[in-house]
Design a protein around this ligand. Sequence first.
Ligand code: GLP
Length: 241
Amino acid sequence: MLLIKTKDYQQMCERAAEIIIEKVNAAAPLKLGLATGGTPKGIYRKLIEDHRNNGTSYQRVTTFNLDEYVGLPPHHPNSYHFYMNHYLFSHIDIPEKQTHIPDGMASDLEAECSRYERLIDTEGGIDLQILGIGLNGHIGFNEPGTSFLSRTHVVQLDETTRRANKRYFSSFAEVPTHAITMGIATIMKSSEIILLVNGRKKAKVLRRLFEEEVNEQLPASVLKKHPHVTIIADEEALSSL
Ligand code: GLP
């Protein structure tokens, strides 16, 4: 794993955006894996800024989001469909049919998981996957204990994860209990991965990531087995090392 240390959140977002923009501008079409949560918002702002100022085009980019809550319709302000439109897609020139997010409203959730997994494969796999990390070490919504062999699946969210995400909802009870997420094996199939970690709150989990052996209780530890992972972390996140 390559570690890029940055001064702060802004710099972390700049570095990540630079890497993404370079790939968007490369000759080959790009399949980009995207994350939600607080962490990538600053990166999406940089991508929008660059699209406006430098005209970087997303016409040949296809995106796959990591996850989506079960039971929230796309127009719900806390759904990841809404998030992605709000923070990125509606501000760049990406064709809607090239943006993919699991459908948490599907009547057959298992079939939806298989469809999503197959779609990633038929599109030729993800070239670059952006990841954040949960306080308990989750990636996507793969909570501690998730098999490293898992593919896209329905998960029951940990109480800690629901509490961490409560800030976006008016009450804890409203935070969905389930989500669809790419599995660990789905994430590991990506050719390249960038893990973003910022803020003092993430210092403990980042230290665990560096210190612990690869184990299923710390889902992000699987990344140590991937040949092309870059961690971009700011000083606060690195403060416990
Ligand atoms: C959320 C998302 C993850 C995200 C993580 C961290 O629950 N499902 O994809 O990386 O938790 O969130 P944040 O960036 O807000 O700290």
